[in-house]
Design a protein around this ligand. Structure first.
Ligand code: SAM
Length: 155
């Protein structure tokens, strides 16, 4: 078991496709909290995910409440990645059933989702930078979580 990548109402199909490719390559599950800003036939999703998307395990939740209900069935921490946190992701000790939650490209996550998270982490940036690309931030944090847990696949 490895942490999963959870996307909160993603807006941009290409980012989700890139994350599905990442997940397929790392052996991670992606959980998508709907509604998304695109549908599964989106060309940008297919282009970014390529044939890897079919290899990825994708679990959809119709909304935030459904996601929380699912969390009840499989306990684990909700670990939010946000620019509005003080703990650096690499100082955090990840666990195998963590759900790494990323906000939508346009607006991050609403306050109630921010408050519900069990931990809130940030990826430090240069002064004046607003945020990283969603897929880039998912790659950075997934790699660190997997490095810590020894879950990276052997070369
Ligand atoms: C493009 S950013 C969202 C920007 C949005 N305007 C906001 O204010 O949150 C999309 C998501 O990527 C993740 N992210 C981007 N940069 C990050 C950073 N420096 N630290 C932690 N998470 C980050 C967060 O999960 C964020 O919600």
């Amino acid at each position: 078991m490895c942490p999963s990548i959870v996307l909160y109402q993603p807006d941009i199909a290409g980012n989700t496709g890139t994350i599905l490719r990442l997940a397929a390559c790392f052996g991670l599950t992606v959980e998508l909290i709907e509604p998304a800003g695109f549908d599964s036939s989106d060309r940008a999703l297919k282009r970014a995910g390529m044939d890897y998307a079919a290899m990825a395990t994708l679990k959809r939740h119709v909304d935030w409440s459904a996601f929380l209900a699912d969390c009840e069935q499989r306990p684990g921490r909700i670990v939010l990645l946000t620019t509005k946190a003080t703990t650096t992701y690499s100082d955090f000790v990840f666990q195998e059933n963590d759900r790494l939650l990323f906000g939508r490209e346009s607006a991050g996550v609403p306050d109630d989702v921010h408050a519900r998270a069990d931990a809130r982490l940030t990826i430090p940036m240069a002064a004046g930078a607003r945020s990283l690309n969603l897929a880039v931030s998912a790659g950075i944090v997934a790699a660190e979580a997997m490095r810590q847990g020894g879950w990276l696949l052997d070369a």
